[in-house]
Write a protein that binds this ligand. Sequence first.
Ligand code: ACO
Length: 320
Amino acid sequence: MVVRITGTGSCLPEKRMDNFEIARMVDTTDEWIQSRTGIKARHIAQEETAVFLAVTAANRALEDAGIPAEEIDLIIVSTLSSEQMLPCTACSVQEGIHAKNAAAFDLNAACSGFIVAFQMAVGQMEAGLSKNALIIGVECLSNILNWKDRGTCILFGDGAGAAVISARSGERKPEIPMVLHSDGSRGGVLTCRNLFGKSREENPDGYVAMDGREIYKFAVRKVPEVVEEILEKAGSSAQEIDYFLLHQANRRIIQSIAKHIGQPEEKFPMNMMENGNMSSASIPVLLDEINKEGKLKRGMKLVVAGFGAGLTWGGFYLEW
Ligand code: ACO
């Protein structure tokens, strides 16, 4: 069996909010944000919902893959910030794209969510339970940000990215090298406690709260480790990899990882400059951007890796 990504799509909200606009809300500057994070702007949902963004990204991915929605048998949506808990966002996407034959569910592994969704879909394919899966990372993080906290509101953005994964019978390739880790004992460094109907005044913990320095240290230590693990499983070397697609939290984090792995920055595409950190949507939106720019050629070798709240981290190796 051969598993491939056959189509990608994305959707960003219309409203672009640059750093200057944020500097009118909290005590910060464009210079501070850009120099610490690389972020210049982000998109913020106003009229758009997570379901709308996900459905639009999904339709674009289906079009790119050239398959009708009825052939999708599995939809996995990764989100931590959808407006709705029930029905799950994946079921609303199923309805929105008319994928009548799909099983659908959501998962939450924060910024590692797209990695986890990919691994779950491949697992279902390996078990013979799916042939064409649609995986989506969608976030409306602006729903859960405290717009008075300059430590967090400057970092995040909204958006959705989708990928169609297809399994085709044929010569059996070695399994897709994948790794996944969690450390719940360190969950306190990035939290957002559910509101369950309470107002923000009643529950101030309902906003994203973060120990930025701890996450920074965690990311620059764990991502190179996980890349090494993936390369070892793939029997490949960093030199052989065409692109490293990493979670787009912060340019300095990615530069530090590139240096650690000993590879040039050009191999690490970035989009946080215009999109901010979109949690589980960051990687699939980046994948769609470089795909649509024609940068991905058949047979190219990719390492995709992410990290996030939980704590969670992981990744996979893929030939395009
Ligand atoms: N504008 C101006 N000053 C600020 C701002 C701001 N927006 N935010 C903080 N400061 C101030 C602080 O108050 C502090 O002032 P002080 O020295 O007088 O106390 C000073 O700037 C330095 O603050 P630090 O927090 O030490 O700044 P640091 O260089 O660590 O940068 C940052 C902060 C950008 C958040 C960094 O730690 C980071 O990127 N961490 C990783 C965060 C992350 O990736 N989170 C999400 C990952 S998981 C996921 O994606 C869900």
